[in-house]
Write a protein that binds this ligand. Structure first.
Ligand code: F6R
Length: 369
């Protein structure tokens, strides 16, 4: 059932265009409103929500971190993202006006389930974003938005991550519509841009040869750093997590702006650093700031592996290697930039002779606290 791929993970990376496409499919009713699969929350309650708390673990939490940027921008509701196991034990400020969004592939993660129960006891409404039908967390939630990624077999999450971001974005657009934060045509435009993403993800996968080559050359590396900013920050964290999990290599993701506050001390000659460069077409001046970061670490001998948008020639003078991704709106770029990092981790672990589908010490579904 690996469909000719060397591993389930490799197959699931290739499934991603379809996973995102399917998650977008059939989501709107005749009035163009998002359809939640199982909605037991009054729309009037969703209109009065004054805070969103995303709870999740691991990769699902990084999907939440990406979604925070989009939901705050679109809905003007404060969004907190918290690891479910921390949320549960910290006496969080949660009440009837809090919307909790639980993100989970398996729907069975015990830490996330306990956090969902805790939130509901405090009167919060819970919407879960879940991949596995018939699992526990959707049953215990007030509403469900299923990601249609299909079964994810490899322990390391790939297609579920992209589908979680997609579903959380749909939720953000739905809330923006319901609460009147955006005009219908603005929402329709973003929805159309989302629908262009599967083709672009496919393009990134098709361009994977070079990143595979580099991964094999780097099979003996002992440490890799990942830098990103804005939505690229959680992508950096996710890239590092994939490498730790699969290749057992020390890896760390940082916010690029944090570099001068400490992590730059780690840079020594030969240190490999992935840098996720924001689009030069974005509204912010972040592009040039991240280019300066690349310059700074390169000057200290880092080997810079740069992810940049097609046509962004400003990266060329400072990049030892560039992995190009198609142009996309800033908020949608994570659906593209994470893919070379998944391929990198999968290929590097394979080159080290490791079982990428079953990394040591890990289980697909963590059903104990
Ligand atoms: C990473 C990974 C884990 C899971 C986490 C949450 O590749 O797979 O970090 O994302 O254990 O699992 P779910 O989404 O099933 O709640």
């Amino acid at each position: 059932e690996k469909g000719g791929f060397a591993s389930f993970m490799d197959k699931e990376i290739h499934d991603q265009p379809q996973a995102v496409g399917d998650t977008l499919l059939g989501r709107t009713d005749l009035e163009g409103r998002l359809v939640l699969d199982d909605l037991r929350i009054d729309e009037s309650v969703l209109r009065t929500v004054d805070k969103i708390v995303v709870i999740a673990c691991g990769t699902a939490a990084y999907a939440g971190h990406v979604a925070k940027y989009a939901i705050e921008h679109w809905c003007r509701i404060p969004v907190e993202v918290e690891l479910a196991h921390e949320f549960r034990y910290r006496d969080p400020v949660v009440n009837e006006k809090t919307l909790v969004v639980a993100i989970t592939q398996s729907g069975e993660t015990m830490d996330t389930l306990m956090a969902v129960r805790h939130a509901r006891e405090q009167g919060a409404k819970v919407i879960s974003i879940v991949n596995t039908h018939g699992s526990t967390i959707p049953r215990e939630s007030d509403a469900v938005l299923y990601t249609h990624a299909g079964p994810e077999i490899a322990v390391a999450s790939t297609k579920a991550f992209l589908s979680q971001i997609t579903a959380a974005y749909l939720l953000g657009l739905y809330l923006a519509q319901l609460r009147g934060n955006m005009f219908p045509d603005e929402i329709a435009k973003i929805y159309d841009e989302l629908r262009e993403m599967p083709g672009k993800i496919q393009e990134v996968i098709d361009r994977g040869t070079r990143v595979r080559e580099i991964a094999r050359w780097m099979a003996d590396t002992s440490s890799v750093l990942f830098l990103g900013r804005h939505v690229g920050f959680p992508v950096a964290m996710e890239g590092a997590l994939k490498l730790k999990e699969l290749a057992y290599i020390h890896a760390e993701g940082f916010a690029a702006g944090e570099l001068k506050h400490g992590p730059i001390a780690l840079i020594e000659p030969g240190q490999a650093v992935f840098v996720i460069v924001p689009s030069p077409r974005g509204r912010h001046s972040l592009h040039s700031k991240v280019i300066s970061n690349i310059q700074e670490i390169r000057a200290r001998g880092a080997r810079t592996l740069v992810l940049a948008e097609d046509g962004d020639e400003a990266v060329l003078p400072y990049a030892d290697e560039v992995f190009w991704v198609p142009q996309a709106p800033t908020l949608l770029a994570p659906l593209l930039t994470v893919v070379p990092l998944q391929i990198f981790a999968c290929e590097l672990a394979t080159a080290r002779g490791l079982d990428v589908d079953q990394p040591r010490n890990l289980a697909k579904s963590v059903t104990v606290e």
